[in-house]
Design a protein around this ligand. Structure first.
Ligand SMILES: Nc1ncnc2c1ncn2[C@@H]1O[C@H](COP(=O)(O)OP(=O)(O)OP(=O)(O)O)[C@@H](O)[C@H]1O
Length: 265
């Protein structure tokens, strides 16, 4: 699938983003090939989320340019190919939504207008729910769930659309160790099928064995782009403010259902 695609999934050239005239990205250039699994790491406030949001057109560039699957961002239309996992579930305006409804909402971009979900759509939602361990909670309101469970709902929402490109902002945040391992297995399966995965991480943790490229941001600039560095000295201390990726030893993970990623070859 994407392994045969010639265009990179993302091409970022000299991207500058400012908030209230304060530069947050200061000329970031980055190419992510289709099929790569790349971690974006760096200290709090270094610009990781802003970079992801810029790559998806959610914040405007002050200068520079971004292409998605070979097209300038503004002309890219195939958003059904891209699954985004934001950092947190937005408040949702108090409208009660069940876990299944939120997960199904991920499929809206791939459906033709006014077409109801097919059996295949429903099956994809069921697979996504199972892969994050929320099958039993499908009928519950998302507002009743813990932060970590809500995070898993967001991941399932991205999985349900069966995109070939995933952009995830700290998907492991607040998720307990068992579910982190299960998610790592799911992401590994996506990767093995040739999906592109761009993931902001605080620590490589259970994803370490999947990540062979880490991009470190430092104050809005790329400080490292390459093989993940190992933690040393003070950096090895748990809980310190990470400014580079940690290549922890990969751990084995429990088996979870295989997810179908559409082939494009
Ligand atoms: N909407 C906004 N308006 C103003 N400033 C913002 C906005 N969003 C982010 N910032 C600022 O931009 C800088 C980079 O923020 P960003 O969220 O991209 O960093 P990050 O590396 O993802 O941080 P964290 O690890 O804490 O999530 C920070 O100083 C932040 O306070």
């Amino acid at each position: 699938m994407s392994g045969f695609e010639r265009s990179p999934a993302f091409t970022v050239r000299d991207a500058v983003v400012e908030y209230d005239r304060v530069p947050v990205l200061r000329g970031v250039s980055l190419t992510i090939d289709a099929g790569e699994t790349v971690a974006i790491v760096g200290a709090n406030g270094s610009g990781k989320s802003t970079l992801l949001r810029a790559m998806l057109g959610l914040v405007n560039l002050g200068s520079g340019s971004i292409e998605v699957h070979g097209r300038p961002l503004r002309r890219f239309r195939d958003w059904a190919r891209v699954g985004y996992v934001p950092q947190r579930l937005s408040a949702g305006g108090g409208v009660p939504a069940t876990v299944r409804e939120v997960v199904s909402s991920g499929q809206v971009a791939r459906r033709r207008r006014f077409r109801l979900p097919t059996a295949a759509d429903r099956a994809a939602v069921n697979r996504a729910l199972a892969s994050v361990g929320l099958t039993e909670r499908a009928g519950d309101s998302v507002h009743e769930l813990s932060g970590g469970q809500q995070q898993r709902v967001l991941i399932a929402r991205a999985l349900a659309a069966e995109p070939d490109t995933f952009v995830m902002d700290e998907p492991m945040a607040g998720v307990d160790a068992t579910n982190q391992e299960a998610l790592a297995t799911t992401i590994g399966q996506l990767s093995a099928r040739g999906a592109t995965v761009v993931v902001v991480l605080h620590e490589l943790g259970p994803l370490a064995s999947l990540i062979d490229r880490a991009v470190t941001l430092d104050d809005g600039e790329i400080a490292h782009d390459g093989f993940p560095l190992s933690p040393q000295g003070d950096c090895a201390r748990p809980g310190h403010d990470h400014v580079h990726p940690h290549a922890d030893a990969g751990r084995s993970a429990p088996a979870v259902p295989v997810l179908e990623v559409p082939r494009r070859d």
